[in-house]
Structure formats: C-alpha cells, structure tokens
Design a protein around this ligand. Structure first.
Ligand code: 5GP
Length: 193
C-alpha cells in the first residue's frame, strides 16, 4: 500500500469512452473550486481542438517509456493501441496543496490505483445503456468507424469492472450526474476551498 502526504482527496473517476465523463468533469470544475483534474501523458495524437499541456501532455512513445522506467507514473496502461499515464509529481503537488484531485482514467489504470491506494474514492460513470453509449460515440464524430468499434468492445470489458468501484453514477441527465458526483465527494471531504 502506498501513502501520499495528502491534504486533499484522491478521486478515481472512470467511465467508458462516450459516456459523457468529460462533460460532467467540465461542470464539476466550474462548480467546485477544490477540484483539480490531473493532466495525463499520452502517446495518442491530439484531436482537433485539444491543447498540449491542457487536455493531455502529448508525448512520444520513447518519452512515455522513459518516464515509466524512472517510476514517474502513479499508473499507466495501454488503451486502443496508445499509452496513457498519470504523472506522479503533479498529483502529489496538488494533493499537498489541499486540492481534490480527479484521475480521469480507464479501468486497467483504475485497478492499479485501487491496489496502491485502497482508500481512494472511486467513482464509475455508467451509460443508461450500451445502445445509448454507441449512439453518443457516433454522434460525437471524433473517431473513425474502426476506432468506434474498438472502443465499444473495450466498453463491454470496462462495464464488468464497474462494480469494483465504490460508487456508480448513471449519466442519464447531466445535471443530475454532476450533483451526484459532488454529493459523493462532499461526503468524503470537508475542505471546500
Ligand atoms: P481518450 O483517447 O478518449 O482521451 O481516452 C481514452 C481512455 O483513456 C479514456 O477512458 C480515458 O479516461 C483514459 N485515460 C486518460 N488518461 C489516462 C491515464 O493517465 N491513465 C489511464 N490508465 N487511462 C487514461
């Protein structure tokens, strides 16, 4: 078990691709100034509108692996042929400042985090149904058909892990889902900055 010198709460925040977790996250950041989102490193190419250092740190595979070898990640995983990882240093700094730090990551990384930090607050965002997930993923229009199929197949595996998270929140209504996540967070923290 690993301990970080934390004043803030570490929150594991997972949901399948297309479930709307990014949209919920944007609202959480607006509504609660104690929340910070950890910026991951990824070897995926930026999508249109994504900014390096804001949405992700877009890095080469070589640089990614170099940091992994230096034990610089809290967790990392391969997802649909790309590497994604949570840099340790920034998360430790934000927790030490008393922020509640959300790790918006997929399940393989999520399981690593639960193992290292058993008292992490874990929240899984569920779609109302798999059909609805597929509809949202297509409507978003950011991925090719091949990638959509890969992501849907990942989603089926991911949904099997959802029950290992302490909380499950169904995203059927944005406002409702946001309020539910905030209410869970506030049950576990007393530091609303
Ligand atoms: P996307 O390519 O859609 O931005 O992300 C694909 C998946 O990777 C999403 O489920 C996202 O939450 C997850 N992800 C993003 N950053 C990380 C990370 O640092 N570690 C892990 N394990 N997954 C991540």
């Amino acid at each position: 078990m690993t301990r970080m010198s934390e004043k803030g709460k570490l929150v594991l925040y997972t949901g399948c691709s297309g479930v709307g977790k990014g949209t919920i996250m944007k609202e959480l950041l607006k509504r609660d100034p104690s929340i910070r989102l950890s910026v991951s490193n990824t070897t995926r190419k930026p999508r249109e509108g994504e900014i390096d250092g804001v949405h992700y740190n877009f890095v080469s595979r070589e640089d990614f692996i170099r940091l992994a070898d230096a034990d610089g990640y809290i967790e990392y995983a391969e997802y649909c042929k790309n590497l994604y990882g949570t840099p340790k240093k920034q998360v430790e700094d934000m927790l030490a400042q008393g922020c509640n730090v959300f790790l918006e990551i997929e399940v393989k990384g999520g399981l690593q985090v639960m193992e290292k930090f058993p008292d992490v607050l874990s929240i899984f965002i569920l779609p109302p149904s798999v059909a609805e997930l597929e509809r949202r993923l297509r409507e978003r229009g950011t991925e090719t058909e091949e990638v959509i199929k890969e992501r849907l197949s990942e989603a089926e595996n991911e949904l099997k892990v959802a029950s290992q998270y302490k909380y499950q929140v169904i995203n059927d209504d944005l406002d409702h889902a946001v309020e539910e996540v905030l209410s869970i967070l506030h049950q576990h923290t007393n530091n609303i900055i």
